[in-house]
Every structure is written in C-alpha cells, then in structure tokens.
Ligand binder design. Sequence first.
Ligand code: PLP
Length: 656
Amino acid sequence: MDSAEFRKRGMQMVEYICNYLESLSNRRVTPSVEPGYLRHLLPSEAPQEPENWDDIMNDVEEKIMPGVTHWQHPRFHAYFPAGNSFPSILGDMLGDGIGCIGFSWAASPACTELETIVLDWLGKAIGLPDHFLALKEGSTGGGVIQTSASECILVTMLAARAQALKRLKSQYPFVEEGHLLSKLIAYCSKEAHSCVEKAAMICFVKLRILEPDDNASLRGKTVAEAMEEDELQGLVPFFVSTTLGTTGSCAFDNLPEIGKQLQKYSYVWLHVDAAYAGNSFICPELKPLLKGIEYADSFNTNPNKWLLTNFDCSTLWVRDRIRLTSALVVDPLYLKHGYSDAAIDYRHWGVPLSRRFRSLKLWFVLRSYGISGLQHYIRHHIKLAKLFEELVLKDNRFEICNEVKLGLVCFRLKGTDKLNEKLLSIINESGKLHMVPASVNERYIIRFCAVAQNAKSEDIEYAWDTIVDFANELLEKEQHDDISEIAISRKKQQDILAQKRSFFVRMVSDPKIYNPAINKAGTPKLSMELVSPVVSRGSAPIIRTQSSVDHNSWISWPLAFLFNSNSIGSSSTNSNSGNPPLRFRHLDTNVRPHSASRRNSGAGSSPSPENEFVTGNISSNLNLIPNNNAQPTSTVHHQKQEQQPHLRKKSHGNEN
Ligand code: PLP
C-alpha cells in the first residue's frame, strides 16, 4: 500500500467506522456465535500472495462483525465503559503513524515529555496531591501510562516487595532472600479486583483477603487488626491495596481510616485502585470520594474506562518514583544515553521495554473536550444511572443493591439467586441488552452500567422496559409451571445457554465468583491460632485464619492454583463435574460448556482447566517445599501434597 492508496483507504476506513458507530443500534449487542465459529470461516493458513483490500473489508463485515460484542452499543450495559471517542481514535492513529518506541527519553523525547505533562494535567484535574506530580517543585513523584490497572497494581506491588525485602535484608543480612520473601504478606478486601490476587501470585507473596463492612467498604480497623495478628505470627505486612469504586458494586473502601491506621507502618505501601471511579474525580462535587489520598503511595485510574480514551491507557501515579523504579531498573549499555540523569526513562516504570506513544490520545482527548466537556460526560452517565435507579425503585418486585454514586446500578428481582440468574440469562440470550452479574453481600445481583458515550434517557427507558418484559414473562412462567418440569427445562435451558453465552460472558471479574471459598465460608471461630487450611472441592488452598475480630479473612497462597488438586483431579477425570479449579473461576460465570468433545478441541479463546492440566506426579518433579518457618504456607503445602500427589503441569502445548 503506497501513500496514495493509504489516503484512499484511510478515508474509507473513517467512513466505515462512522457508519459502524452510527448504525450500531441495528445490530445485536452480543453475537450469536459459538466457540470456534471463526475457524470455520477463515483459511487455516495466511495467504501466500497479497489479497485485495476490498476482499479483506468484505470479510470484516461478513465474518468478523458477526462475532463482535459491541461495547459501544447503546444496549451494552455490562462491565464498565470501554473508552472511545473520535479524538482518541485519531490520537492513536497519529501515534501509530509516528510509530516510535518510547522506552527512554532519547528514544523519542516528545513521547516521554508529553506523557509526563499529560499525567500532571490529569493528576491535577483529578485532585491528586502535589507530591504525585512530576513537574511540581520539590516533588519526588510522577505519573506514567500503563497498559492496564492490573499492571499498575503489579508494578506497585513489585516496588513494595523490593522495598520490604531491602529493609528486611538490612535487618537480617544473613537470612536468605527467599526466606524473607516467604514472610511478606499483602492485604486487600474481598471486593478488590481479582488482579490483586494475580499480582500476589506473580510476586510470590501471600495475600490476606479481608471482609469489608455491609456497604462493601474495607475498614481501617479490619486492616489494622489483621496486620497485628499477622505480625504476631511472624509475617511481615508490606502492601495494602484499596479500591475506590469496586468492580462488583462500585463501593468505596474507607481510605481515610485505612490511611490513618497505616501511619504506624511507614514501611507498608498503600495503593489505591480507582480504575473506573477515579476518572469521575475530575468533577469537583465528586472529589470527596478521593478523601484519604494524602496517605497513599500510589493511585491508578483508567481513562480507557471512563474518560473517552481508547484502550490502552491506564494511568498510575506514585509518591516516590525512585521507590518504584528501583524495583524495575536494568540498564544495559545499548539503552544508556547521555541524559539518563536529567530525564525520565519510562522503561524503568513498568514491565515492558517498548512503549507506544499513548499520551497522544489522552492529550487529544483532554484538549478536544476540555475538563468541562469531560465533566459533562461523567455527569451525564451519573444522571442516566440515577434515572435507571428511579425506574427500578418504582417497581416493588425489584430492589437496588448498591448505593448509586456513579454510573453503576446493582439491582435484582426480590427472590432467589436462581431467579435472578435466570432473568439475566434470558435477557442476554435475547441479544437485546447485555449486562453481567456480580455477588454483593452474598447475593447474586445484576449490574447495569451507563456505558455508551451518547446514551440518552430513552436508551435507559428502553433497557428498563426490556428488563420488565422479561421479568413479567419469567415470573408468570415460574408461577404456572409444574415444579419438576421447571427443574428439567431449567437444566436443558442452562445447558443450551451455557454453550451459547460462554463465549462472551467469561470476562466478568467478580472476586466472589473467582473465589468460591469466600462465598461458602462460615462465621469465624475466635482464636489467634492459624488453623489447618479449608480445603473444599473446587476451591484453592486458602488458609482461613481464626480471628479475634468480627470478620472472616483468607490468605491466598501464591502457588494456590498448582496445588488445587482436588478440583483438578476431578475435572480431569470427570468432564461434567462443572467445577473448574479456582484459578479459572474468573473466566467462568454461571454458564460454561461441559461437552467432552469441546474439552480438548482447543476451541474457544479462554484457557480451560482441562486444557491446562493433565494428571501426573508433581511432587516427584518439583521440590517446592517452602521453609517451615513460614507456618501458613508450609501447613498448606504438606497437607495438599499428601492429598493429591498426582498433579503435573502439562508439557505439550495447547494451552491458550
Ligand atoms: N480494578 C478495578 C476496580 C476494576 O474494575 C478493574 C476492571 O474492571 C480492574 C482493576 C482491572 O482492570 P484492567 O483490565 O485495566 O486490568
């Protein structure tokens, strides 16, 4: 393609994108395809010879679009918004055109400097304290764009881990680092995003998952008491991840309380994950939600969720950039340059070396809309959410399950979880609306999020009318059907729905779905002792601590998935058991195909437990016995080895 052709095709592409976005409402919001659909439509090998552009575009419409879930659709109310706007698309296009790789200042000075400036702009607009701003006189902090909130949490945990190990090493110079590592413990709420647990797995540290209060808010006392208990056990608290705007119900941890408690622990890193909600703090009236930020060591929000910026653009600020980068610096000769001391090299601020020119799109967005335009957009979504809440409240068969502060409304039919699961299933299956579930206060709820940029109140009314229609139908059917008939047809329907919907509803990130042990656990017994692990079928080895405080909590062990052999054993021997190991729960809502033929076909985009593991003998292959001084982990380890000695990571390659 030469530049004349690019001009022509570029204009056509812009035309195509405009038509796509303008006519979205004529399409089904979710696709009606099954895993593997595209394999049947595309050749199994790349073309040897160049193909005609028109043919490629025809295939986009005929083969790709039928498998697209339309996140910008006015009937899409699932997850959180996927940021999208014309200025952002054009900014990304320019970045792609420039095509630089900005790993250091010298690799492309504008790429680095614009990122620093734009992050300061946004940080100020959000209301972050000055110490988070790179260009503020005397500040040691600064901002950086990462790919995702998961990555922000990972790198801050890595930094906190490095800082903690350094401190311990100076106290115990003759103790081996691996042993020190086994003492480190991080904390988060049960409502925190599952990426915190993933970060802990990668960092190879223990994570204690704490019970929030009735409003799904983690409290300072809970954190402080857990840390005191753990210190008595010889563990070393080093990281607390709090959430402002949880994924399940957009709840807010009590940051001022937690921050105050952590003042006793100057060496503990306090992170604030505000992936969705953080964007809204650009509105002055919402800034009180950021209270307590002065205690934080780091803060992240995703403009690619709720600030009209396309993925990927997750912004992270740290109080002390040296503490962040010291965990991540490697400095080979070929990356050195003459201004290393005077300039920021963003390669030290994250995992990848190569970096796109992502600040361009955020710069375009901030300039095109202005802060006032973005405030208007956020307020508009909140207004729509409030309208939906009002509509729900008018129908006394339904209830609201969260405090609607931003654009997310959690609701349910008064009745059983099963009834609500069924309601959501039939709505999603219809393709008229798309929503996803979560679990709030031990109950299955339906999440409704204001998502589309230009959504109108009519869209919200349409959504509510659709929900009511399906609810009427369902309730009528429930009343009249014979109980046994319902049971049979429910099972059949579930099986069909499982196959149809699994492809596009696997992404829900609900920690309660992720961790079934949390759902099942009962009231804590009172003692300071660590007890033997709760090992239930389908759950990971998690240590339930007996606590003197009035809450449950769990320690998730970094190698949990490897030793989750009960369910792995059952899934490898019984494909219909329907209980994938804990590790895969977050990919799995209440629907999934169980057919044996699909199990090993490699069809579908998500890893399945059956693909990942086969039986074998891990204990003879790996010597993973941790140091006995780390009581909790060693307890779990020995017990699990005895119980399930037949687990081996699959050595041949069809893991997805
Ligand atoms: N944190 C919160 C509060 C979230 O809601 C999400 C996703 O919705 C994440 C983290 C993970 O975000 P990402 O996909 O950017 O890793």
